[in-house]
Write a protein that binds this ligand. Sequence first.
Ligand code: GDP
Ligand code: PGA
Ligand code: MN
Ligand code: MN
Length: 618
Amino acid sequence: MSTTTTPTGRVLHATGETPAGIPTSHARLRAWVEDVAHLCEPDQIYWCDGSDEEWERLTDQLVEAGTLVRLNPAKKPNSFWARTDPSDVARVEKRTFICSRREADAGPTNNWMNPRQMKDTMTELYRGSMHGRTMYVVPFCMGPLEAENPLYGVEITDSAYVAVSMRIMTRMGQAVLDGLGSDGDFVPCLHSVGAPLEPGEQDVPWPCDDTKYISHFPETREIWSYGSGYGGNSLLGKKCYSLRIASAIARDEGWLAEHMLILKLISPEQHVHYIAAAFPSACGKTNLAMLEPTLPGWKVETLGDDIAWMRFGPDGRLYAQNPEYGLFGVAPGTGWKTNPNAMRTIERGNSVFTNVALTDDGDVWWEGYSDQSPAHLTDWKGRDWTPGNGEPAAHPNSRFCTPLPQCPIVAPEFDDPRGVPVSALFFGGRRATTVPLVTQARDWTHGVFLASTLSSEQTAAAEGKVGVVRRDPMAMLPFIGYNAGDYFDHWINIGKHHDNARLPQIFYVNWFRRDEDGSFLWPGFGENGRVLKWAIDRIEGRADARGTPIGYVPAPGSLDLSGLTIDDDAVEELVRVDEEEWRAEVPGIAEWFETIGDTVPAALWGELDGLRNRLGQR
Ligand code: GDP
Ligand code: PGA
Ligand code: MN
Ligand code: MN
């Protein structure tokens, strides 16, 4: 077999060859790529450079393969529609493993397998798994390339869809290889869709396998993923690296890797506050990150919508950085009324839409895109769709994947390697009852208690029954890369940092409380700016609060509701703390801590005792 050089001079080489043109002198990286090629036996190897030419070539190939459909450039320039296999639409938490040497180090909240055993099992799955396919080598960096210690990764994948998506979601390409030099550190990330093509076999538009493994080796900092092409399972820089592996690195190094958006809030007086907020998947992070406040004079700018890495700065404050470069947002519910900034971002093109519906004029559509659906669509399963056919046209976990820098309200400092100092941390979930619109924690430890007991109704972002309430501590249940009790302890210890006074204040929010008829009590979206304002007013000592057994809620009149049509009963209900409901909540919290076991810090049990006392439970 011969080595061919692509038009841009990239090395496309046959397995077993080591042509002189490999774009790195990094011996360990080259050896790993060779080893993987030897195991997976792809037809050819391609090193990604991240260029525009490469994007065009790969997207053209994907269009030809039927994986992507090019959208009408007049509607969405340089953008594509993808439909997955109907079985490959979300993260697979049951198939996600933390493979630490000791089972206890994975904690009871993760699936565990011994690393040796997992590697043996997966090695057999990978053997020959790339037959008939190209193996892409995707060098990427999480966080700015100019960081003091950039966190690099290299993903090997047999999916061009993954390669182009990684170009949107991360800083990807030759600059990373240059940064790595000849011996830089990187997290090796191996991905195969697990669908080898034997000679003469016809490919399908969305290759994947029924057998799936999303495996993490936190001690050796490696990721092995097999069988799925869906974003959260296959774009390994995102959840796998920046949350599961990074949370383990962060524990070792004294920082935090969290499932949080980062926003910049600017008051009418031009005072700036940065806020990071953790909500479970499909509970409002992307929307809050791009909020258009309805309160006059207030402005939000976006720094990130899913992941925050937070480290102490020299001034003792926590500085947040978004390691990603793109947005991977839930499509349904995203429209001009709810999230105009997301609409403006995707209008600029350069995006991949997965499992949404296609209009007859080559645009995308999903439930909530506009008030009225078009008269005819091609739905996410590729079938004809007309209004009232009884099924949603877009999958509830369908996604847009779009570059963050083209968001019209991106904060210029999103790319600053120093990050931004955080004033407040928000935690929240979807709860129809019990949890008020906003509660301020009394102090750091109390805030960690609220976050560690966060609960939310399950959404379509992961496999499982939608609507079931589950504990989702810090919105990190599926992403903690080690023992959950140790993770809580790490959070408590962060609060013992030398300069306690400079720690962010912690708030617990719930946009999803419902009335007796099941309607949302709070209008949400742009109106959530009122809650951000209350939080800042609390921090700056301007707003009144009412002490309750669970924390501080807005005192009557302290939440700025000017210009909002909402009846007084609804407002009262939104901030109501029903002691009966909370007494009923306590046994569930105790049970939750008991499930995690003896790694739960005593300070959190102490907080639970305090709550019981305040509820008059002993
Ligand atoms: P993420 O997955 O956490 O980033 O959540 P998104 O921001 O993508 O939102 C997920 C879903 O929740 C979408 O369908 C949104 O329309 C909906 N949503 C987001 N914010 C609000 C809100 O304030 N109120 C209500 N009722 N729904 C919201
Ligand atoms: P989300 O991100 O939090 O925006 O839903 C993807 C995911 O968590 O699967
Ligand atoms: Mn997420
Ligand atoms: Mn999101």
